[in-house]
Structure formats: structure tokens, C-alpha cells
Design a protein around this ligand. Structure first.
Ligand code: SAH
Length: 413
């Protein structure tokens, strides 16, 4: 039952958690790590001393040998060392991983999210001091994304800790293809403990019920990060005609109808499967004024505009447009186009809920893009709320990349 994620490629590390080598930085490269940033890129490294294998614990030292932090090595990745502790006396052993997991779980318990009906992100990677580990909870079932070799080689340890600390009904884990390639490990998607239900299960969020497909949903099955934004957006939807673009399984649309008492909602996603699930969710909640259709959102914007349609509120929650800082310019152009078309479809006094989950696009960039849209459309855009992800997706103060989700609620005059 406790399968190893892979064979020789992911050789298990020794479990003392002590360093088997030293990664020596080039001169003047120590500053980010003194600042507790957890990612050491290849370009910062001068040499590796000792004979650590990829996946082993290493110490990060400055060019003159001063200890900076302890992490896990992966030569196969651009991100060669992921750092986990800045305390020299602290081994990265099972007790360490247990404390980190416990610390993460305390927060979610305090938030009231660890219940038999809720969905929650239990562990959010760097923001919980566990770079490359994402753990989601769906009404007692656990779905894990192993996003680093460091975590993939420790999967047996992590799995047994999760089972012990959570007593879940099931655990499923995945290593997505892109990540596997970047980290030089094998992609995976498999049940690891208990009975992972083949049929979608139901979670509750702010009184609404949603089917979650643990085996073939997107990401880990549901976009938990938008939980509070769905409710916040609904406050502005009373009696309005709403367009929800990139609706996935209907989170914003159903929330607008139920919590916001929107007059009617048209919701669009390019995935037929997502649309079918969204329709099932509408039925599950007895909401009949929400219509879901499978189309390309960009095309829909064009054709609605050509038909002279108007909406009182539009939600834009597109997928990531870039995974890198390099792709930011093109991504911002795509955001601009999307938001411009949406603004043009809005009646005066309409509400625009516009999101970006591209980590590389900073809040400042996104604001700048909106400012460009206001200029281009000659409409006054008032930003009412600048929001982020729900608190079970914290932002690590020393790893700003964890501040990936922007959700701005605007009035467009
Ligand atoms: N708002 C959703 C999450 C959206 S995730 C929620 O609250 O749960 C982004 C969605 O965009 C995915 O469901 C994906 O299928 C969809 N998508 C990607 N490209 C698209 C396109 N060109 N047109 C419409 N939908 C698209």
C-alpha cells in the first residue's frame, strides 16, 4: 500500500536528517538566504563538497564557509537546493517533518477547516516551511502534490506522518509531468492509502455543496484558494446579471446565485468535463438561474460583444498565463486583452472581479495592467478590494512567490 513514488531515480535518503555534503555559494550570493529565502538556484553555487546524492540533506554555506541554512540537494533542477531550516543544530529527520506538518495543521484547525465536510489546503509548500509539498483535504480524503524531489524521496515518511496525524479516509498523491521533468523524477498519480473513491465526493464551502473528483479533477480537485473571494464577490452581485468566465466547477457562479442573489448567471469554461460538474453542482444546490456552457472564454467575450450584450458583473479567473518571470510581458498582454473586453461588456456601475494566479505577475504589475485597461477603454475603474488567497494558503513573508493569487474587486463606471 505504501508505494514508493519511484524506483532508483528517487533513492530514499538516510533518515538521520544530517548533512552529507556542503553547498558552497559564490562570493556575494549569500544575501537572499540570510533573508531566509528557500530557493538556491544553480547560478548562485560555486561548488558542492562531499558526495551527497540528489535528494540528500546538505548544508548551505557562504563562500568563506559560514553556515547559512540546511536543505535538500537536487542537481537535476535549476532550483538546486530547497532550504528547510536556518538552525545549524536542526537535522531534517522525521521529527522535524512531523513538527512542520503539525504546525501547518494547527492553523487549519484554528480556521475550522479540518472537518469531515470541508475542503482545505493543509500544507502550502514554502509558506508552511515545506518547499515542494502541497496537501489538500477534501472531507476526510487527502490529496498530495509532490512538487520536489526533496519531498518525493521522503514520500514514505510524509505519508506515514499524514496518516498518523490526520487519520484520513484515503490518501492520493501525484507528481505532475511538468514538475517531474523540472525535478528529474518520475510522474505519478496513484492512491497511496485507504480507498480513494472512484466517484466524486462532496465538500461544503460556505453552505454550498460541491462535487470534487479526487482522481481526475484539475490540480488536486478544487480551487480552495478562492474560497473567501467567492463569498466576497457575491456581496456585490445582488439582483445582477453575472458572467463568470473560467468557471471550472462553478464556484463563483453558484456563490453569486446563492449568497449574492444574482438575478441570473452565465458561466463559461472550455472544459466540457468542468461544465458537466458545474451543472451537477447547481442541481446539488437547487440553483436554477445559473447556466453553464463549454466555450473558449476569449471567443465568448468577442461574440457577446458582437451581439451587444451587457452584464452587471463579470468574474475573470483564468488559469496561469505564465509559470516564469520571463513570460510576464506576454501574460500581462493577455490579462490586458481579457480585462479590456470584460470592461467593455460591463454596464456603467458594473462590477469586475478579476483574478490572476500567475505567481510571476506581481500585484504592482496587475494594478498597472488595470490602469492600462481603464485608459484604453476610457472607463473609470475603482478598485474596491485587493484580495489574495484564503488563509489556508498563507503568504510566506520571506518567499514572496507564495503571494501568487490576486483577486481585485472593482467598480467600472
Ligand atoms: N473560477 C474557478 C477556477 C478557475 S480555474 C473556481 O472558482 O473554481 C481556470 C479554468 O479555466 C479551468 O477550469 C480551465 O478549464 C479553464 N480554461 C482554461 N483555458 C480556458 C479558455 N481559453 N476558455 C475558457 N476556460 C478556460
Amino acid at each position: 500500500m505504501h508505494e514508493l513514488p519511484s524506483q532508483s531515480m528517487n533513492a530514499a535518503p538516510d533518515d538521520s536528517g544530517m548533512s552529507t555534503g556542503r553547498v558552497v555559494l559564490r562570493a556575494r550570493k549569500a544575501q537572499p538566504f540570510v533573508g531566509r529565502h528557500p530557493w538556491v538556484f544553480r547560478s548562485a553555487i560555486d561548488r558542492i563538497e562531499g558526495e551527497p546524492r540528489d535528494g540528500d540533506v546538505v548544508d548551505l554555506v557562504a563562500d568563506r564557509g559560514r553556515f547559512l541554512a540546511r536543505g535538500v540537494l537536487n542537481r537535476a533542477s535549476l532550483l538546486q537546493v530547497r532550504l528547510y531550516t536556518w538552525e545549524e543544530s536542526q537535522p531534517l529527520d522525521t521529527a522535524f517533518w512531523r513538527r512542520r506538518l503539525e504546525r501547518a495543521l494547527v492553523l487549519r484547525r484554528q480556521l475550522g477547516l479540518l472537518s469531515p465536510t470541508t475542503g482545505a489546503r493543509l500544507v502550502y509548500s514554502e509558506a508552511d516551511g515545506l518547499s515542494g509539498l502541497v496537501v489538500d483535504w477534501f472531507a476526510g480524503h487527502v490529496v498530495v502534490q509532490l512538487n520536489s524531489r526533496a519531498m518525493a524521496v521522503r514520500w514514505p515518511v510524509i505519508l506515514s506522518l499524514l496518516v498518523e496525524l490526520l487519520q484520513p479516509l484515503s490518501v492520493t498523491y501525484r507528481i505532475d509531468k511538468t514538475i517531474a521533468k523540472e525535478e528529474g523524477i518520475e510522474p505519478q498519480h496513484a492512491p497511496a492509502y485507504g480507498q480513494t473513491p472512484a466517484e466524486p465526493i462532496v465538500i461544503e464551502e460556505h453552505g454550498l455543496r460541491y462535487y470534487v473528483d479526487l482522481l481526475s479533477g484539475q490540480k488536486t480537485g478544487f480551487y480552495l484558494d478562492q474560497r473567501e473571494n467567492r463569498l466576497a464577490a457575491a456581496r456585490y452581485m445582488h439582483d445582477r446579471r453575472v458572467l463568470d468566465l473560467f468557471c471550472y466547477t462553478g464556484g463563483f457562479a453558484l456563490s453569486a446565485a446563492h449568497h449574492g442573489s444574482a438575478r441570473e448567471v452565465l458561466a463559461i469554461d472550455s472544459s466540457k468535463k468542468a461544465v458537466a460538474a458545474a451543472q451537477a453542482n447547481a442541481a446539488l444546490n437547487g440553483l436554477s438561474n445559473v447556466r453553464f456552457e463549454a466555450h473558449d472564454a476569449f471567443e465568448v467575450l468577442g461574440s457577446l460583444q458582437a451581439q451587444g450584450e451587457r452584464f452587471d458583473a463579470i468574474v475573470l479567473d483564468p488559469p496561469k498565463f505564465t509559470r516564469t518571470r520571463k513570460g510576464v510581458v506576454a501574460a500581462l498582454q493577455a490579462y490586458h486583452r481579457l480585462n479590456r473586453h470584460a470592461v467593455e461588456l460591463l454596464a456603467p456601475g458594473g462590477v469586475l472581479v478579476t483574478c490572476s494566479c500567475s505567481g510571476g505577475v506581481l500585484r504592482e504589475d496587475f494594478l498597472e495592467m488595470l490602469s492600462g485597461v481603464a485608459q484604453k477603454t476610457a472607463r473609470d475603474v475603482q478598485i474596491l478590494e485587493q484580495r489574495g488567497a484564503a488563509p489556508d494558503h498563507p503568504v510566506g513573508a520571506t518567499c514572496r512567490e507564495t503571494d501568487y493569487l490576486k483577486c481585485f474587486i472593482c467598480r467600472v463606471n
